[in-house]
Design a protein around this ligand. Structure first.
Ligand SMILES: C[S@@+](CC[C@H](N)C(=O)[O-])C[C@H]1O[C@@H](n2cnc3c(N)ncnc32)[C@H](O)[C@@H]1O
Length: 241
């Protein structure tokens, strides 16, 4: 009985500390518009996950991103890693559309240029020179089936046991198919869940229970404070007549 009460007390303290953390990161990233200044479709919830995973994720290893564009996800990862003094972010993107300059400028504006190592090339070419263990990987490059499949096949073995792979736009058909074939059906990964448009998997065995507890609390808060109906109403630009 005493034990139960102590466990309940410890759990309540943990939840309170998560709430404080979620709120302070929200204020830091969102209210001060640090992240929203960068143009991209990646939503705030996905960025908050990347920030937490880079800052608090289990294990030692590199942080690698495939697909940087203007650097919105890059900055979220780099801010998390820099705040905890952990690994820098290897950010891979050929920047076909000339976005390299914007990525570098955004990294500088956010004070994380020293925490980003841009590789201006495709994921395939970058992999030929990369052989380090990875603890966190964000895959958001070319979303066509053949490309995402190649990204997974090339990189997944470098991810450490307990490490995380996050897939943006997992609801795209080609992305979902490649994830099914190369991740879900292998028995080597556990699907942790989703945040926004990001599917999160861990390489077995799972080692990030606290991180995911915080993320699921964030998801629940978001659905209570900002339910989907309200989001739709807010997005409608055409006035009602
Ligand atoms: C959806 S955008 C990335 C958005 C970014 N993660 C964000 O949060 O704003 C996709 C990016 O993938 C890059 N890309 C396309 N093919 C690639 C490849 N084979 N390897 C690495 N990046 C690639 C594109 O140049 C583009 O900038």
């Amino acid at each position: 009985m005493k034990e139960d009460r102590r466990n309940a007390f410890v759990r309540s303290l943990r939840i309170i500390s998560y709430l404080i953390d979620i709120t302070s990161v929200f204020v830091f990233l969102k209210i001060y518009k640090l992240i929203d200044r960068i143009k991209s479709n990646t939503a705030y919830s996905d960025l908050q996950f990347l920030f937490f995973a880079a800052r608090d994720g289990w294990g030692k290893g590199e942080i690698v991103e495939i697909g940087a564009f203007n650097g919105k996800s890059t900055v979220a990862l780099a801010l998390g890693a820099k705040l905890s003094g952990r690994e820098k972010v290897t950010s891979i993107d050929p920047h076909y559309g000339g976005t390299e300059k914007i990525l570098r400028r955004n990294g500088g504006d956010m004070g994380v240029d020293d925490y980003v190592a841009p590789k201006i090339t495709t994921s395939e070419e970058a992999k030929s020179e990369f052989n380090s263990a990875i603890r966190l990987m964000f895959i958001d490059g070319n979303h066509e089936y053949d490309f995402i499949k190649k990204d997974i096949v090339l990189w997944k073995d470098l991810v450490i046991e307990g490490g995380i792979i996050a897939f943006h736009d997992y609801n795209w058909l080609g992305v979902a198919r490649a994830i099914d074939e190369e991740i879900r059906n292998t028995g080597k990964f556990a699907v942790e869940g989703t945040v926004g448009c990001t599917l999160i998997v861990s390489k077995m065995p799972q080692r990030n229970a606290e991180l995911f507890e915080k993320i699921w609390l964030f998801n629940r808060l978001k659905s209570v404070l900002w339910p989907p109906e309200r989001r739709l109403v807010k997005k409608r630009k055409v006035p009602n007549v």
